[in-house]
Design a protein around this ligand. Sequence first.
Ligand SMILES: Nc1ncnc2c1ncn2[C@@H]1O[C@H](COP(=O)(O)OS(=O)(=O)O)[C@@H](OP(=O)(O)O)[C@H]1O
Length: 395
Amino acid sequence: MAHRFISSRSVPSGGRLNARFAFICTISLSFTYVCYSVIFFCSSTIMTKQGTSDEKGCPLPPPGQNGPIEGKVSGKLNGCTLLTPDVRFARREEARVPGSGQPRDRSKHAASCCGNLSRSVPATEYTLNNLTVSQKYGNKKLPNALIVGVKKGGTRAVLEFIRIHPDVRALGTEPHFFDRHYDRGLDWYRGLMPRTLDSQITLEKTPSYFVTGEAPRRIASMSPETKLIVVVRNPVTRAISDYTQTLSKKPDIPTFEELAFKNRSLGAVDTSWNAIRIGMYILHLDTWLQYFRLSQIHFVSGERLITDPAGEMGRVQDFLGLKRIITDKHFYFNRTKGFPCLKKPESSSQPRCLGKSKGRLHVQIDQEVIEQLREFYRPFNIKFYETVGHDFRWD
Ligand SMILES: Nc1ncnc2c1ncn2[C@@H]1O[C@H](COP(=O)(O)OS(=O)(=O)O)[C@@H](OP(=O)(O)O)[C@H]1O
């Protein structure tokens, strides 16, 4: 065989040699072309599929590879700046209007990285430095976790803090689906949600759910495995905070004392007043416990959220089954505001404190009134501590 091969090549006729040479050239060129096309097609498909990036066409590192928010730019690929998830996340946060959770004015920014960003109409859009970036990956899903209450407990702080976690995507506004808009249906509700990847949690907060009698049943019928977060605060302080907020909108309302008591000298508290009723936590909790296991409900201390935000957020991350990424490195105490705020990422000069309506100066209330209300709430608080297995020390 070897002999035949050598001999057939060693004594070819001139015409046959040329024809063979031309044939071999054509075959190798065609083969090279086919290989090149296959490789190019595969690589572009892979890039698109793994494209979970904030920047269109730029791949994201695998989920879970995260570090502190002050990350570094990790390199360049195809003209895209590859950011570590931390940097991307920090920039996404930077893009939100503080306190509102909404993206900044989009019209000011032009699309840039990685080509034609402006062509699609994305469900979620945010600003990355001076670029408008579309998050077009993932799907809109019904929430797997809800911050259901309580009003004036510190729900906005929990939402804004937890949403810096890369595995959480949250709706910035309160949708009020399970109390006011239930008749609009689950598809409407799902349509409000941000797009999430399978590895991400979808979250929304509406503090009035906690005191809405129908909410537990409705939420359980959406999914009985929904995780619930309740931010609780000393009910007396909560009531004063609630009243202060109402007063800021309607300056002509009666005084706190007038609204809080049916008969003050008899110590008869008006439990029909919402500001009072909301703080009777155990009554509301009983309804939730008809539909959810206690282990599905996580209680955040509104007080500790201010004194130790990282500790409280550590427990929230554990409850949601998330890696503890939000730590004390993310917070600083803002003396002017008198509250903890998120440290700004190095790429931003935006303050990351909550808005002016969070952390207001409260209306001055007579100490005797405060004592009376403390007495009133004591039995409700004790029952609440016993049920949840934690003493919040409000008494
Ligand atoms: N970090 C930080 N910054 C500002 N405010 C903070 C923070 N952490 C908790 N809080 C407390 O949050 C209270 C407002 O609670 P909510 O966000 O639940 O209010 S609302 O129901 O959404 O209106 C708000 O109540 P007031 O102090 O009465 O304004 C704050 O005490």
